[in-house]
Write a protein that binds this ligand. Structure first.
Ligand SMILES: [Ca+2]
Ligand SMILES: [Ca+2]
Ligand SMILES: [Ca+2]
Length: 387
């Protein structure tokens, strides 16, 4: 009997090691299930091919703000996460700066895993490349300067992308790719200065893009042969080819594209076959993308100030243009927003225009300075203050 406690300790030893902390100083195999790995120093110009090679589950990698830097080698990966189909990965990657890999993070069959506070820059190909699996969370992940697309979710479903940014990539900011990329949510996220599309929905269905901003790309939003997606409460501004392009989309299930602010020289283009999509919801209550209370369709503006919404379209002043906007022979916005749909204070604190104070203007200018508010928001508040 005296031996029993010792036997228990021996039996439990492998379980106890499951919450171990590991301290790492360079590229490593993360192969101990249940371990937390702390990166203790910057990795600079590593010639490794799979720097952080993750084969275990229930793993945490906390870089503690340190750098994982490669040399742009062919097929090299900063964080390489290869799982088997159906395995519950349940891991967490956080606080890493990742630079100069072919793929910043390459993620295969990951499930229930989070990527938080990552900055991924100067990837030769892709910043984040995720294939199959799903139910992963990307929060505060910033990708820039990729030689191809910034953020690729390919055939993976039920992921949440939140508070992320993809900018200055040589192709697209974000792509949801192929029919098994469904039921994903992208929200509170930005895409800017990408050479092609800001947000690209390609052959994918039933995804939600909400409260995102797409600026200074070629195309703000691009929907190719995609069905049943929802793009709402978002901004597409100063994209030089078009605010939104719709190609062969909505043939089976209409897409919902409403309560967005478009401000591009060309806001809408349809190519090839067009099918009807929904460009407004029925008139409802709630705060719209302009900060006002008219909720229905989209605001159609141009940098020149001659967008449909800007051209005295609302004689009765209810916040909606009085006449339906025909975007194409298939696409109609029945409730385009008018300038009367603007609130004076954005971000949910709606107040009548006449009540705007100089303090509120200064507050919004400060937020514009730090990138939390757009120039449009600042200018519209100044306009309202001067009224
Ligand atoms: Ca380097
Ligand atoms: Ca590079
Ligand atoms: Ca009206």
């Amino acid at each position: 009997m005296k031996n029993l406690p010792i036997m228990l300790i021996v039996l439990l030893a492998p379980l106890c090691s499951a919450d171990s902390s590991e301290y790492i100083y360079g590229c490593s195999d993360l192969s101990l299930t249940g371990s937390t790995y702390y990166l203790m120093q910057d990795i600079v110009n590593s010639e490794s091919i799979k720097c952080m090679n993750v084969t275990a589950q229930w793993v945490t990698l906390d870089c503690q703000g340190h750098l994982i830097d490669g040399v742009d080698a062919q097929d090299s990966v900063g964080i390489y996460l290869m799982q088997s189909p159906g395995v519950n990965t349940n891991s967490n990657f956080r606080n890493c700066r990742i630079n100069d890999w072919d793929y910043g993070a390459a993620i295969f069959y990951a499930q229930n895993t989070s990527f938080v506070n990552l900055t991924i820059s100067s990837s030769k190909q892709y910043g984040v490349f995720s294939y199959k699996g799903g139910e992963n969370v990307y929060r505060n992940v910033s990708v820039s300067g990729s030689g191809n697309r910034g953020f690729v979710l390919w055939n993976t479903s039920r992921n949440l992308v939140e508070g992320c940014d993809s900018s200055s990539n040589a192709v697209d900011g974000f792509i949801l790719d192929s029919e098994n990329a469904h039921n994903n949510t992208i929200r509170h996220t930005t895409a800017s200065n990408n050479a092609e599309k800001g947000f690209y929905l390609y052959l994918c269905n039933d995804n939600t893009v909400h409260n995102v901003t797409s600026t200074n790309n070629s195309v703000g939003f691009f929907s190719y042969a995609s069905e049943g997606n929802n793009i709402s409460h978002s901004k597409s501004m100063r994209n030089n080819v078009a605010g939104i392009v719709v190609v062969n989309s909505g043939s089976i299930k209409r897409n919902w594209i409403y309560d967005n602010l478009f401000n591009n020289t060309v806001d809408y283009r349809a190519l090839e076959n067009t099918y009807p999509n929904n460009w407004n919801i029925s008139q409802g209550s709630g705060i719209n993308v302009l900060g006002g209370e008219a909720l229905g369709g989209n605001y159609w503006a141009t940098p020149q100030g001659d967008g449909y919404s800007e051209e005295e379209c609302d004689a009765d002043g209810d916040g909606f243009c009085d006449v339906t906007l025909m975007l194409s022979s298939d696409d109609y916005d029945y409730l385009p927003l008018s300038p009367n749909a603007f609130g004076c204070i954005l971000e949910g604190n709606y107040a009548p225009c006449s009540e705007v104070s100089i303090l509120e203007v200064i507050g919004l200018l400060d937020r514009w300075n730090t990138g939390e508010a757009s120039l449009e928001e600042a200018l519209s508040l100044i306009d309202a203050w001067m009224d």
